[in-house]
Each structure stands twice: as structure tokens, then as C-alpha cells.
Design a protein around this ligand. Structure first.
Ligand code: T5A
Length: 215
């Protein structure tokens, strides 16, 4: 458990509904009278948002080395952890984060093929022992997640970013990597079927959070 506040991260493959559920969980916590700090990764600070933009778009068609990509995510996370997450937890706030360090293990480790144990070690260096009290893993079939994104992109008139353009094999490895992490750290990572409707997921996540943290 973190000093005073609570730290919850939401993880999963593309289109699994993390952003939707983070917003709903934050609303429930606010309604329960908690101070909530809602964050996303990469991002959450001006430096982090600048790094996010570097990571999501091709730099003049140049392919980024997997190690460079990993370290950019970690730079954003190190800054966010020290500047925002730790101070929030120390004053007793609830931090709800759309992705945290499991994303780097799943995407850059399992997805890109960087050595997983090495990625875990550098992650530790970046966050200095900080870890979520609870991680909700929204698991979804890769094709189903991409169908959702296609619907969203069509109505928003946007295209796929650098990660969404990766092939099916990459995203299958990411999904399998997440499930492997859930087996490795069952006390922290709770896997839930993300293909269900958003209201049902919201209810289940809230009931788990309320029960686990005594709200
Ligand atoms: N990344 C990130 C790494 O490679 N390494 C890292 O260390 C980190 C931190 C971030 C990218 O960076 C990569 C992973 C990502 O590719 P992002 O824009 O933040 O990019 O992308 P995602 O985190 O993948 O978020 P998305 O917005 O693409 O998907 P979400 O958040 O899972 O889904 P959400 O909630 O936005 O929903 C998508 C669509 O589905 C609908 C929504 O209305 C929306 O249209 N929807 C549902 N439809 C049916 N049923 C439900 N239950 C639904 N929930 C949502």
C-alpha cells in the first residue's frame, strides 16, 4: 500500500476501454468524496505530453529503435512519478492512471522483443519502487479492440497512431504479455473481460475498488 493515498492503474490492449473506465472510476471516487488525480501515460505533465507526441508520430518516417522507444516512455514515467504521483499519494489523494509500467513490459518487452527482465529493471529505476495498489487489466480480443477503435476513429475523423498501425502479431504478443504479467503478479493485477458493456464493467470495477479499499 502507498503511504496515504491509493494508486490504481488501468491496463489493456488497444481499444480495451481503459480511458472510458478510468473516467468512470474517477467520477465514482469523486462522488465518494475522495480527491482524485486522473492521469494518462505517456503524458500527465508538459514534458510527458511532449514525449507522447514524439512517441505517437513518425519522425519523418524514421523507425525508432525499440530501446529508444522504451527509454522515452520511462523518461515520461520517471518525471510523472516524481512530480505528480508521489506528491498526490503523500497528501492522501487517489491516483487513477490510464496505463503505467505494465504497458512498457507488455509493449516494449513482449511486443517489441526487448528483454523482459531488463525492461522490468529499468522500469524500477524510473519509478523508484512506486507501484500501483491495484491494476485493472481489461483483456480483449485484438480484433474486437480494433473494431472499437475503427468506430471511434471514423466518428472523430482521425487515423491510427504509430502503435495502432503495428501488425496483428505485435498486438497478439502484447495481449499475451499482459496475461503473463497477471499470472506473475496476481496480488496486484486483476484481469477482467473487457469485451463486456461499459456499464457492467464500471459496476464490477467499482465494487472491487470499494470492497478492497473499504469505501
Ligand atoms: N504505450 C504506452 C507503450 O507502447 N508503452 C508504454 O509504456 C505506454 C505507457 C498510447 C500508446 O502508447 C503505447 C500503447 C498505446 O498504443 P493512447 O492513445 O493512450 O496511446 O492509446 P490507448 O491507451 O491504447 O487508448 P485508446 O484510446 O486507443 O483505447 P482505450 O483507452 O483502451 O479505449 P477507450 O476507452 O478510448 O475506448 C475506445 C472506443 O471504444 C468505445 C469507446 O466509446 C471508444 O469509442 N468503448 C466501448 N465500446 C463497447 N463496449 C465497451 N465496454 C467500451 N468501452 C469503450
Amino acid at each position: 500500500m502507498n503511504a496515504r493515498g491509493r494508486f490504481i492503474s488501468m491496463e489493456g490492449p488497444e481499444g480495451s476501454g481503459k480511458t472510458t473506465q478510468c473516467a468512470r472510476l474517477a467520477r465514482r471516487l469523486l462522488a465518494a468524496g475522495r480527491e482524485v488525480v486522473a492521469l494518462r501515460e505517456p503524458g500527465g505533465t508538459p514534458l510527458g505530453e511532449a514525449i507522447r507526441s514524439l512517441l505517437q508520430h513518425d519522425a519523418a518516417g524514421e523507425r525508432m529503435a525499440p530501446e529508444a522507444e522504451t527509454l522515452l516512455f520511462l523518461a515520461s514515467r520517471a518525471h510523472l512519478s516524481g512530480q505528480v504521483v508521489r506528491p498526490a499519494l503523500e497528501r492522501g489523494a487517489w491516483v487513477v492512471c490510464d496505463r503505467f509500467f505494465d504497458s512498457t513490459i507488455a509493449y516494449q518487452g513482449f511486443g517489441r522483443g526487448c528483454d523482459v527482465e531488463e525492461v522490468i529493471r529499468v522500469n524500477e529505476f524510473a519509478v523508484g519502487g512506486l507501484r500501483p495498489d491495484l491494476t485493472v487489466l481489461l483483456d480483449i480480443d485484438v480484433a474486437a479492440g480494433f473494431d472499437r477503435l475503427a468506430g471511434r476513429n471514423a466518428s472523430a475523423g482521425t487515423g491510427n497512431d504509430r502503435f495502432e498501425r503495428e501488425d496483428r502479431g505485435f498486438h497478439e504478443r502484447v495481449r499475451a504479455g499482459y496475461l503473463e504479467l497477471a499470472r506473475r503478479w496476481p496480488e496486484r493485477i486483476w484481469t477482467i473481460d473487457g469485451s463486456r458493456n461499459a456499464d457492467a464493467l464500471e459496476r464490477d470495477i467499482w465494487s472491487r475498488v470499494a470492497h478492497e479499499f473499504g469505501i
